[in-house]
Every structure is written in C-alpha cells, then in structure tokens.
Design a protein around this ligand. Structure first.
Ligand SMILES: NC(=O)c1ccc[n+]([C@@H]2O[C@H](COP(=O)([O-])OP(=O)(O)OC[C@H]3O[C@@H](n4cnc5c(N)ncnc54)[C@H](O)[C@@H]3O)[C@@H](O)[C@H]2O)c1
Ligand SMILES: [Zn+2]
Length: 346
C-alpha cells in the first residue's frame, strides 16, 4: 500500500489530503471518511457495474445511503446533480457529512460537483475505479458536468478530503477503458525524469498521482504549469473531434504524445533517441497505437488545433525539449501541417 500526501497551498487552513494506492485499498475508505471528523452519514454515489459494493468500503459506524447514476456522458448533467442533491436531502445528509464517489472519472466529476454544491459544499472522498480516474480525474479538484452546448461547461474546483485507489478494481475494467487510462499514464513518463517503466503498477499509479498533485498544487486554478498535463492533448483533441469521438480520449492522447515528440524533433528541440523513447512507452510498454488515423486532412487537423486559440501567431503545443516538457507558443503552423501530411501519407 502506498500513501501520497497532496499538499495544497493554504491560507492558514490545512487542505492537504491523502491518496491511498494499493491492492485491496477499498477497505481503507472508512478510515479516510472518518478522518474528516464528525461524519455521521456517507452518501455513496456510484454506477451499476462498478465492482466495489458499499459493504466493501469499511464504512462501519456511519449510516450509508447508495445513489446510482446513469452511465455515459449524457448523464453527466445538471439533472443528475439535481437528482443527487434531492436524494442527499432525503438521506438526511448535513454539512458535516460526506459524499463518497465510487466509479470512473464521470462518477467522481458528477459526485464531486454535487458535493461542492450541496449545502454550499460538503466533503467528498473519491474512490476511482478506472485507471483514468486514478491517475487523472480524481486528483486535482476539478469537478463538473456537461451542458448540451459542450463538455464540462459547468463545475467547481472542489478538493477531495481523501482519495482511495484500489488497483483490484481494474480487474473488471473493460479493455478499451484500460487502454484509455494507459494513454493518459504514458504522458507522465515524460513530465519528470522518473523511470516509470521500471516501477510496479502500485508505485507507478502512486507516482502519477504525485506528479499530477505537485503540478496542480503549484497551479491550482490552471493558469500556467497545469498546462503541462495537456502533453499530447493538442493533436488528441483535434483527432477526437475529427473522428466524432470514435477515437477515445486516451487513445488520442497516445497518438498525440508521439506526434508531439516528432514535432519537437522537427523543431530541433529533441533528438531521435528521445522520439524513440516516446514510441517505446506508447507502443511497446502500453501496446497503444501511435499511428495517426485518416480522420481528416493535415489542413483540417491544423484548423481544429487552431480553433479557440488565437492562431495568428502560430499554434501552442506542449513540447519536450532540452529543459524538459514545456508550453511552447508560436509554433509555425506550416511545420505542423507538413509533419502531419508526411505522417498521414506514410
Ligand atoms: N476532473 C478532472 O480533472 C478530469 C480529468 C480527466 C477526465 N475527467 C472526466 O472523466 C470522465 C472519463 O472518466 P473515465 O475514463 O473513467 O470514464 P467513465 O467514468 O465514463 O467510465 C468508463 C466506463 O467504465 C465503467 N467502469 C469504471 N470503473 C470500472 C470497473 N472497475 N469495472 C468495470 N467497469 C468500470 C464505467 O461504469 C463506464 O461504463 C470524463 O467525463 C472526463 O471529462 C475529469
Ligand atoms: Zn486527458
């Protein structure tokens, strides 16, 4: 079992929390919930098909209610949050009680936002059950829901009181969901000098949590450094849109990481050996595809990457370089397009 302390900048109030990572960690949920102090009720928010039952969570001594939300992004909505909050009233949840989110990133985002809103904010403990949830969604305090107009348009920054990652939950995770988590995990291999490949899964998840937590702590509200977590995401977002989301996020990130490495090489920032490192992690270590599928022309993909950003002065990418991964603005769109065209035709 590993324990990572997430330290957050405070104004005199201690807002740091623990992340427990390990096989069988589910039994520690009760302890983490109890550490909030004064908790009498726990509202467990989950989905059908999540392999952790309420009885597994060690929630002895508190009164537990269970709240099931629908599966899929359509249910990541204000309607679901409204329904949950009404159920919390029904269950008698007070300001000193706690919401326990048990599921993938969708559950932790929705339950986190419900917790942030209910009584103007009550404690939430995240128990992510997908790999993406463990290394990404449950860490960092971003919560929220979709609107018909777009994803994650309504939400709040709401830090959890604790996070419990039980790796045994991954045994039932569908293969494609696992691949998506691995795509996101792959990016952490390049954000620090750590040799993640040499680590066991427990250590690796714990290290990813720590890397994300450290970056978020230095930039809780996403102004600068947090953008490093978007490594591989510029092309990834374009591919998701161009494919009408038939390419899943984590799969797209895997492709985007190798593309970002090739772009950095073309810009003279890194050498071929470093590009090979990217290919090795993505393709050999995680068996993910780095091949850019023909979902659009090079021009279309560049146009998508330039969207919502002011592209007049070039594109903004997160790129590897002599000083490590950093945000680089003003990347020449011609260079990006030529590289894409070469890769699409190869
Ligand atoms: N808050 C953040 O910082 C942040 C970061 C990244 C992603 N997200 C959000 O996370 C969501 C994606 O999360 P996700 O990839 O975990 O998808 P998800 O939560 O939709 O889960 C994918 C599927 O796997 C199922 N599942 C989850 N754990 C399982 C398990 N152990 N066994 C069997 N089935 C299981 C779910 O029920 C669902 O059907 C998106 O809504 C995204 O916006 C948030
Ligand atoms: Zn991502």
């Amino acid at each position: 079992m590993r324990q990572v302390t997430v330290a957050l900048p405070s104004n005199g109030v201690d807002r740091s929390y623990e992340v427990v990572v390990g096989h069988g960690a589910r039994a520690r949920v009760g302890e983490v919930v109890g550490s909030s102090g004064g908790v009498r009720r726990a509202a467990v928010v989950t989905q059908e098909g999540i392999p952790l039952s309420v009885g597994d969570l060690g929630l002895d001594g508190v009164s537990v209610s269970r709240h099931v939300i629908g599966d899929g992004e359509d249910h990541k909505s204000l309607d679901t949050v409204g329904r949950l909050c009404r159920e919390f009233v029904e269950a008698g949840l007070t300001r000193s009680d706690v919401v326990v989110a048990v599921g993938g990133g969708m559950v932790t985002d929705v339950a986190g936002f419900a917790a942030a809103s209910y009584h103007r904010g009550i404690a939430v403990v995240h128990v992510p059950t997908s790999l993406l949830g463990m290394v990404d969604a449950a860490i960092g305090g971003k919560t929220g829901v979709n609107l018909p107009e777009g994803k994650n348009l309504v939400g709040a920054f709401w830090q959890p009181a604790g996070v419990v990652c039980d790796l045994d939950a991954l045994d039932t995770l569908p293969e494609r969901e696992m691949r998506c988590g691995l795509g996101e995990m792959a990016k952490y291999h390049f954000l620090t000098g750590d040799d993640l490949q040499a680590m066991t899964l427990v250590d690796r998840v714990a290290r990813c949590v720590q890397i994300k937590a450290e970056i978020v702590a230095s930039d809780e509200r996403e102004s600068g450094r947090r953008a490093l977590l978007n490594y591989g995401h510029t092309l990834a977002h374009a591919l998701e849109v161009a494919s009408q989301h038939s390419i899943a996020h984590g799969e797209a990130v895997a492709i985007g990481l190798v593309f970002a490495a090739r772009l950095a090489e073309r810009l003279g920032r890194i050498d071929t050996a470093r590009v090979d490192d990217h290919c090795r992690v993505v393709e050999s270590e995680y068996s993910l595809s780095a091949h850019i599928p023909p979902v659009g022309t090079a021009d279309e993909l560049v146009a998508l990457m330039a969207r919502d950003k002011k592209a007049i002065d070039g594109l903004t990418f997160v790129l590897d370089g002599p000083d490590g991964v950093e945000v680089v603005a003003g990347v020449d769109a011609e260079v990006v397009r030529d590289l894409l065209a070469d890769l699409l035709s190869s």
